[in-house]
Structures are given as structure tokens and as C-alpha cells.
Design a protein around this ligand. Sequence first.
Ligand code: ADE
Length: 365
Amino acid sequence: MREGFVKALLEWYYSHKRDLPWRHTSDPYKIWISEIMLQQTRVQAVIQYYLAFTRELPDIRSLASCEEQKLLKLWEGLGYYNRARNLQKAACEIENRFGGHFPERIEDIRSLPGIGRYTAGAVGSIAFGLPEPAVDGNVLRVWARLTSYEENILTEKAKSAAESFVKNLLDNTSPDGCAFKPGNLNQALIELGAVVCLPAGEPKCEECPLSSVCLGYKHGTWEKLPLKIKKNSRRIEELTVLIVRCGNKTAILKRSSGGLLKGLYGFPTVEGHVSAEEAVAFVSAKGYDALHVRPLKSAVHIFSHIEWHMTGYEIRVSDFSSDGGPWHFAGFEELQNETPVASAFAPYTETINLMLGKRGKRTSL
Ligand code: ADE
């Protein structure tokens, strides 16, 4: 079964693979450049960058000695400029540690800056025939559907399982019959993911050389696979909330039209977690005379893409002008019944209720 599987996959690859420039070379340097570029950009867009880069910097030495400005220009438009810097750092290390020859042992390849498990496996297998898996997003998807893996694929556990699956194929396939090469097996899986086992829209199962052994196809689970649950990618914003009070009134302001919670009311805030002195200075700069400051509890509010991590102070001021000033001073009734104070501020709205000894309903949206 395993032999048949690999044979079917490789035969499909040999007759369907796209003609891509990095598939015409066995130079590890060029294969490495292509693999780094392919991690961030579509294949069609990479072709031009790859050709220009390898024309201008055809080998490790030229990359190692390239001026940063020129390097970044060649990378311009690809984004993730640190990847270009890491390429150069790695080229310098190859010069210093390996006498300018791209290392052939997987541990040495992996020890280079910017080279992780995927890149090491891809370069090692394609350039040197090492039986090392190269599991990128394409391969992970193919594997999840093939094996009907119904757990989250964005985990170390899933990646390791996919790598073991591919490693097993690499270690147990005899070369006869299907012109077996580790690099071709890895690229065949990548290719299958890119052009048949598609990430968006329906996979082309009728064209797939593996459909007869695909559990996702057999059980009809391919539609909901792979399962991807992203880790919390919310941005954390720290801010200090100011409960500025004068008598029984509290300062509020309408939030600016461009930002988060636009049009709602909130309490004045300062970016970052500031000290009591800085909070008082902020209030004084707005024209209010601070009499007393007291720290309040900290709180967290979670929006879909942002988390507010808040600290707060109650600051008593001596006076406010009712017909001006940057802030509006609202009485309890107004806060309670009229003004839409964003629920992100609820922990501090409750503070006001407590200060007034009332248990009023939430004044939030
Ligand atoms: N994506 C990552 N590596 C690739 C390769 N060698 N060929 C095509 N697409 C790829």
C-alpha cells in the first residue's frame, strides 16, 4: 500500500508538476533562496524575484558580501525584510563555519539563522537527497485530509504527526520502480496541496492520485478539514483610565470618530500604565486642579482583535466649568440613564456606583 501510494503520487508529480525555475537546479544555495521566498509569497509572484535575486547574487559569497541597501532592494515587495537579513547572516556563517560550502548534514543546515524544520527539510531533501520531511501548510492540509485528522492542525502535535507520516514514507520506500527521490516526494506533496488538494474552494478529488486511499474523501470529511484554530492573535493595548470627579459628577468624553468604540462615551484615558504623578499631570494639563488621587483596581476588556489591559485612578478636582473644557462632567443619573458609556469601562463605572453607595444598573452598551 505504501509503495503504491508513493508510486501513484510520484507518477502524478512527474506528469503534472509546474515548470518552475528552482526545479531546474540542484544548487543548494538557489533552492534555499527559493524556499525562503516561497514561505511568504505565491509561486507565480516568486518567480520574478527568484530570477532577479539569483542573477544579481548567484552564490553564497556574493550574498554574504552584498551591501544591505542592494539586498533590501532585491527583496523589496516581498516583505518580511528580516528574512533577507537572515539569508545574509546565514551566508556569512556558511563562509565562516563551512568554508563557503552549503552544509549537507541536516543538523548543520538547521543551525543556520532563519532556517527552521521546514526549510532544512526542503533544502536537505531537494539538494542533497536527505530523507527529511518538509511539512509546510500545503503538506499539512494534504495529510489532514488523507488521514481525516479532525483536530486543530495549527499545533505542534499536528505538525509532528504530519512529519512522522512523511518521514515514514521517506524511510520505507525502495527506490525501484518510481524513480524515488526524497526531494521529489516532498515537492509532490507540496504540489498536490497547491494545485489539487486546494486550500480554498473545493479540492479537485477527481484529479487526485491519492483519492482511493484518502480517508477524508472516503468519509466525506474533507469539507471541514483541515481544522484551523488560531492562537489568540489579539493586540494588547495598555491604558490608564481616569475617573476624574468633582462633587458627584464624573468626567466623560465622546470617543473620537476614527477609533475603537467611536461615538460612544468613555472616561478619559492615557496610553500606557502611568504613575499617579503622570495621571495628575495629564489632568492638570487639561486645565483642572487636582486635589486628591487614589489608585483603582486593574481590569481587562477583550474586543475581537484587541485586549485592553487597564489600570486606573480616581482623581478629585476642585472645579470644572460647565460651559466648556475638554470633558463633560456627568451626574449619576445622566451616567446611569442617558449616556452610552462603553462596556469596556464597566469595571470603572461600577467604581463610581460604589463610591456613591449605589448599586445601579450597568451604564454600558
Ligand atoms: N512551496 C514551497 N516549496 C515549493 C517548491 N519547491 N515548489 C513549489 N512550491 C513550493
